[in-house]
Write a protein that binds this ligand. Structure first.
Ligand SMILES: [Cu+2]
Length: 260
């Protein structure tokens, strides 16, 4: 009976691990977003069955021993102890491995494969798109140094290309956050910090400032536009010919000042 129960627990744990290990297809905005979503789903596959199991055992115990006026202490059960120790170790091993796999990806952690240990701009590979996100109270300037393009309207990125975003600030600490693309990076005055990703889905994504940075913080919003390669090229050409077409950095600021 005891051996049977142990087998059931082990089979249950293995089944949960097997289900969690299967990659599921979902529409993700970027490679980064896909990695984070998948990890979240895998951890849920582990957490939900365990929560249901524990609650079920708890409810059963309360019901089963509801009229037990003389409870006896549990006797030592070595097999049961070994079983739950091993089961817990297996679950933790899976959680740790799955999390570290995601953390070690270059599109999630940008520190690991940087040869200089710094995030100085200009280190993007030839085939990647390099853009600088310059934050200041309370707007954004997007610079494309290799194309000599600067705009404040929106961050335009081509789909299915590697993107190197160098984030910095002109005044106080801001944080560049694009939840739907899985991107978040602090903007520190005098420093550049790298965000690396590959957008996979064309569309418009909201860009937030995620660090309280003063009076205009709630309105420090912008847009990331992920477009096709052709659209991106013609957008760059248009911006290079007519730099003022993309809007003016002071527009947002004067609007906020006007409201205050
Ligand atoms: Cu800000």
């Amino acid at each position: 009976m005891r051996g049977e129960r142990r087998t059931i627990v082990f089979v249950g744990v293995l089944a949960v691990l097997a289900v969690a290990a299967v990659p599921t297809v979902a529409v993700a905005g970027s490679v980064t977003d896909q990695l984070i979503r998948r990890l979240n789903r895998q951890l849920l596959y582990i957490a939900v069955p365990i929560a249901v199991l524990v609650e079920a055992i708890l409810a059963y115990t309360v019901w089963r021993f509801r009229d037990n006026d003389e409870p006896e202490p549990t006797k030592e059960n070595r097999q049961l102890e070994i079983t739950w120790t091993l089961a817990t170790a297996l679950v933790l091993l899976f959680v740790g491995t799955a999390s570290f796999y995601v953390l070690a990806q270059p599109t999630v952690s940008t520190v690991l494969d940087d040869p200089h240990g710094s995030h100085e701009p200009g280190n993007a590979p030839e085939d990647a798109v390099e853009a600088h996100v310059v934050t200041e109270q309370w707007n954004y300037t997007f610079e494309y140094p290799n194309e000599n393009v600067t705009t404040s309207e929106s961050l335009v990125l081509p789909a299915n290309r590697t993107i190197y975003l160098y984030v910095t600030s002109e005044d106080v600490i801001h944080s560049v956050h694009v939840p739907e693309l899985g991107l978040k990076q602090d903007a520190i005055p005098g420093e550049y910090h790298l965000l690396r990703t590959e957008p996979t889905q064309e569309g418009e994504y909201r860009l937030y400032c995620a660090e309280l940075c003063g009076r205009g913080h709630p309105e420090m919003l912008s847009t990331v536009r992920v477009v096709s390669e052709d659209e991106y090229e013609s957008w760059l050409e248009g911006e290079a010919l007519d730099p003022d077409a993309g809007g003016d950095a002071s527009t947002n600021e004067s609007t906020i000042d006007g409201n205050a």
